[in-house]
Ligand binder design. Structure first.
Ligand code: ADP
Length: 270
């Protein structure tokens, strides 16, 4: 494996080179471990709905005399198939974002318009929990972006805000311009995230409470996707949260076109 030593001239002594080589080997092992974990996670996550669908198929066969049971099993089967479809779609999206394909072209995207579309898209889920969505922000801000990706990022943050909030709360979504960036802030009054978890939530498949995430149809990939979308646009996504006190996610996108960050397949997942 070739080691690229990013040092000008030959001012580096031998021990320095050895240290850099060792660092590189450690990094390679770490990347390999991350990849192995990812593959194991993917296999596990795919096996769960596939196994459930297969069992439900058997149950339907056995219950053919009982129309009510057949309907119930069929409904569960549809839910599991939907979960599988979402998971596959998100894995494909993540692999695209990690540089498997050239990025689609960017256009000038109106931030307020995207927020309105995303809010409209989750209105039904919000009203089912009696959650009020409060929108605020400057009327005209646009950023160079892949429209569908910006939509997916904001939509993911809003979906999480609804999923991880109790009934009868508020979700705020605001936007503004600050220091050459458009900022989109999604703030909820939900369960919040403990300090021990906060550094890991942008990792692929990391969930604070896997059972809760699954019960709301979560895949554990949403925030990894948001993070890749942000960095691919030369921006960032940050979170502030305290357990039981709600969370605030801030997505920042440059107002001027940015050179995409290197998001190669070996990149650290968070
Ligand atoms: P998921 O599909 O599980 O929601 P994400 O990647 O979107 O996956 O989020 C990862 C984890 O981060 C979630 O499982 C949840 O534990 C935590 N999380 C994300 N958004 C919020 C939020 N708004 N409030 C509390 N916890 C959150």
């Amino acid at each position: 494996r070739e080691v690229i030593v990013n040092v000008q001239g030959d001012s580096l002594d031998r021990s320095g080179v050895v240290a850099l080589v060792m660092h590189d080997v450690t990094e390679a092992h770490r990347v390999e471990a991350v990849r192995r974990d990812f593959v194991a996670n993917v296999s596990h996550e795919l096996k769960t709905p596939v196994g459930a669908i297969s069992l439900l198929g058997e149950a339907i066969e056995d219950a053919s005399g009982d129309a009510d049971a057949v309907r119930r099993f069929a409904a569960s089967m549809q839910r599991e198939s939907k979960r599988l479809a979402t998971l596959v779609a998100e894995l494909i999206e993540l692999s695209r974002l990690q540089g498997a394909e050239p990025a689609p072209p960017q256009t000038n995207v109106d931030v307020a318009e995207i927020i309105t579309e995303c809010v409209d898209g989750i209105r039904a889920a919000a009203s089912a929990k009696n959650i009020t969505i409060v929108k605020a922000g400057e009327a005209t801000v646009s950023v160079p972006a892949v429209r569908a990706q910006l939509h997916a990022a904001v939509s993911n943050l809003l979906t999480n805000a609804i999923s991880y909030s109790p009934n009868d709360t508020k979700v705020g979504v605001t936007h503004r311009v600050l220091d050459g960036y458009a900022e989109i802030v999604v703030k909820d009054q939900g369960i919040g995230i403990a300090a021990r978890d906060i550094g890991r939530i942008f990792e692929r498949f990391y969930r604070v409470d896997p059972a809760r995430s699954r019960s709301t149809g979560g895949t554990g990939l949403g925030l990894a996707i948001v993070k890749h979308i942000a960095t691919n646009h030369g921006g960032s996504v940050d979170v502030w949260s305290s357990e039981g006190d709600g969370s605030t996610f801030t997505l920042r996108l440059p107002l001027e076109p940015a050179i995409p960050a290197d998001g190669g397949p070996d990149e650290e997942p968070h």
